[in-house]
Design a protein around this ligand. Structure first.
Ligand SMILES: [Zn+2]
Length: 385
């Protein structure tokens, strides 16, 4: 017989009650008891504790029961009990977002065109946190957690591999949590985008979010949980080999998908067409709209290559929906349609393909969900912002 002490059970029940209130609230105590199969007495006791600690609050009066019973008091997550702070460390920018505990955005900022290097990054993050601490609204818990998105492979709160900046094995979590006294989490950027879709937008339990920036990465949610594999390399679809013996890639292989159709790769191809060393998506878009034949060919090819990557994702995971997080597929008018027209196999028939409804905010919103879930100690969070 497995021995579980009563405190562990009480804690587990607290988590279950809170999860229902967060995801389905406002709920009455009776409705919580119903959904959790806990006794009304247990629910009342747990709710007393959750209200005392300010995590849950009572709001007004719910609808009266059909049998004419007393109108119940409704319970809701006290979203103003604390805030989450999130960072997205791009290869030349730091974006941040401050959220209440239901994901509501309080403010967001971006520092652009900066050098990201392992010598100064931790200090830079610390400075931004200090600035935020001057301006955060007054709450019971203050900043409940800081989640940092890394464009590279992250596993078990440590950085394994970053192809476009040098942060591997940098001890961000321990150093910052010691300095700031706040829990620090790091996660792969695409994984966070997938968590954002799951938390704030999608009804699918099996979904993939593909981020197309400097590289190409996928966040994979299977049966409602993030799938990272044994060492964190799952979802590194930018390094699927498209052309054996093709262009060299920082991962050590040749011909990787992201060398042909990441945002960075596409803009590099466009540099040649435009005879420039640095081009923008806006310039690419206007050349495409002006029907520049070389640009149309470039986009057609990229759509074909991305479709190959997407087809591979579907054969591996069979998701219900795939979200693309990419400025290119959002900005270039029929890019998404062109990708779709290359997905002709019956394998892809029932898989929805959309631009992320959360757009550029997906990564930071996913990061907020990680901080909030850890703070509330709940497994799943599904909220309407
Ligand atoms: Zn590679």
């Amino acid at each position: 017989m497995v021995f579980v002490d009563k405190y562990a059970i009480r804690e587990m029940n607290e988590t279950i009650v809170l999860e229902h209130i967060v995801n389905e609230g406002p709920l009455s105590r009776a409705a919580v008891a119903n959904r959790t199969h806990l006794s009304k007495a247990s629910v009342s006791e747990i709710v007393r504790k959750l209200t005392e600690t300010n995590l849950v609050h009572e709001i007004g009066i719910g609808d009266s029961t059909t049998s004419g019973g007393r109108r119940p008091i409704m319970l809701e997550l006290n979203k103003h009990a604390g805030v989450s702070l999130s960072f997205d460390i791009g290869y030349n920018y730091i974006a941040t977002m401050l959220n209440y505990l239901d994901g509501e955005i309080i403010t967001e900022q971006i520092i652009e065109d900066i050098e990201i290097d392992r010598e100064t990054l931790i200090d830079k993050i610390e400075n931004v946190v200090m600035d935020y601490q001057q301006m955060i609204p007054e709450t019971s818990y203050g900043i409940v957690g800081i989640t940092i998105a890394i464009h590279g492979v992250v596993f078990d709160n440590s950085i394994v591999f970053t192809p476009y900046y040098d942060l591997a094995k940098l001890n961000i979590c321990e150093t910052l949590s010691e300095r700031l006294g706040i829990p620090i989490y790091i996660e792969n950027e695409a994984n966070l985008s997938a968590i954002a879709e799951q938390t704030y937008s999608s009804n699918y339990k099996n979904l993939v979010s593909i981020s197309i920036h400097s590289g190409i990465g996928a966040g994979i949610i299977i049966d409602g949980a993030l799938y990272t594999g044994e060492r964190g390399f799952s979802g590194e679809i930018g390094h699927k080999i498209l052309f054996p013996d093709g262009k060299p890639c920082p991962c050590g292989n040749h011909g990787c998908l992201e060398q042909y159709c990441s945002e960075k790769a596409i803009l590099e191809f466009f540099n040649d067409i435009h005879q420039s060393t640095e081009t923008t998506i806006a310039q690419l878009k206007s050349a495409y709209m002006a029907k520049n034949p070389a640009v149309i060919e470039l986009i057609d090819k990229a759509a074909k290559y991305l479709a190959i990557g997407i087809n591979n994702v579907t054969t591996a995971f069979s998701p219900g929906v795939i979200y693309l997080k990419s400025r290119l597929t959002r900005e270039i008018p029929d890019f998404l349609d062109k990708i779709n027209s290359n997905l002709n196999s019956f394998i892809n028939e029932d898989v929805e393909l959309h631009n992320s409804s959360l757009g550029d905010q997906a990564t930071l919103l996913g990061a907020s969900a990680v901080s909030i879930r850890n703070f509330l100690r709940i497994q799943s969070m599904r909220v309407q912002r």
